[in-house]
Ligand binder design. Structure first.
Ligand code: UTP
Length: 294
């Protein structure tokens, strides 16, 4: 049993209704940001933190996630024959990752998705990564949270200050500042009305949790939206142990939302050495034409 965070759960069984019809038969997590599916960014982020075991919670229409991280014999042979070694290496790297899958039969909410991972997590602390929250490579959010866990031996939630009118899309905390970016959480509210929000510090899609959350999730009743809410379970856990928030001030894209997805795509394309120059020129032309049309 590891005392450190060596396992990560990727809940990916949601219905992705904000992206319909694209997500009717294919997973939101496989939508690409330039040339990589969203979930691959999350997996690579965890690998960079020395997380070694991954479990993806899947559901209906999610087979392509498994295929993405599996051998593609025909494709690999073709890349080999055509001498595309760099691409082959990149594709092959995906097969080496130790990934497991658990199916969530019904999309009963994020809390329920995490509960499905109990047999895999057993008695260890674990990370939860919501892969539609894209954190660009180079940011150290997850690593900073793991370091904080090592120090505090308590759950750590990633927080971000969001505009007050947006709090209704998030779980929001009330907390007391401990030091720098670290807050001790007093309570959480799921998707509050801006007028009633305890703060504008929203929980974003990175969590370090401890296995005592499972017993609470197992007894949880559906909350807001008829789903088993993770925030409700964390609220109960708060009665038993301290829970901390880590206020992130780096870049994050809410790519589960169309506008956030487009922002991520534009920024990642601008940072892509093969695309950057031509894409910048295209954006420049678009902006100029828009100004002319005014
Ligand atoms: P979201 O709140 O983004 O829901 O879930 P969603 O279904 O993916 O998308 P919308 O809101 O309908 O557009 C947050 C994360 O929790 C997972 C999702 O796959 C996503 O990664 N999730 C949600 C599950 O795994 N199971 C669920 O029952 C619900």
């Amino acid at each position: 049993m590891s005392e450190d965070v060596k396992k990560a759960i990727f809940p990916a069984a949601g219905l992705g209704t904000r992206f319909l019809p694209a997500t009717k038969a294919s997973p939101k997590e496989m939508l690409p940001i330039v040339d990589k599916p969203m979930i691959q960014y999350g997996v690579e982020e965890a690998l960079a933190c020395d997380i070694q075991e991954f479990i993806i919670i899947t559901g209906k229409h999610k087979r392509s996630i498994e295929d993405h991280f599996d051998y593609a014999f025909e494709l690999e042979e073709k890349l080999k024959k055509s001498g595309k070694d760099k691409l082959l290496e990149e594709i092959n790297r995906l097969n080496q990752i130790k990934l497991g899958y658990i199916r969530q039969g019904y999309a009963l909410g994020l809390g329920h998705a995490i509960l499905c991972a109990k047999p895999f997590v057993k008695d260890e602390p674990f990370a939860v990564i919501l892969s539609d929250d894209i954190i660009p490579p180079g940011e150290t959010l997850l690593l900073d949270m793991i370091k904080l866990y090592r120090k505090l031996k308590s759950p750590v939630l990633a927080l971000e200050k969001v505009p007050l009118q947006e709090v209704k899309r998030y779980g929001v905390i009330s907390g007391t500042k401990e030091w720098d970016s670290v807050f001790r959480i007093n309570s959480l509210v799921e998707k509050p009305d801006p007028a009633q929000a305890p703060s504008s510090m929203a929980i974003i899609g990175r969590y370090i949790l401890t296995p005592d959350i499972f017993d609470i999730l197992a007894k949880a009743k559906p909350g807001k939206g008829g789903e088993v809410q993770l925030t409700d379970a964390i609220n109960i856990l708060l009665q038993k142990r301290p829970i901390y928030g880590y206020l992130f001030s780096g870049k994050r894209y809410d790519a589960g939302d169309k506008l956030g997805y487009l922002k991520a795509t534009v920024d990642f394309a601008l940072n892509n050495p093969d695309l950057s120059k031509a894409f910048k020129k295209y954006l420049f032309d678009v902006t100029r034409n828009m100004k002319r049309a005014k």
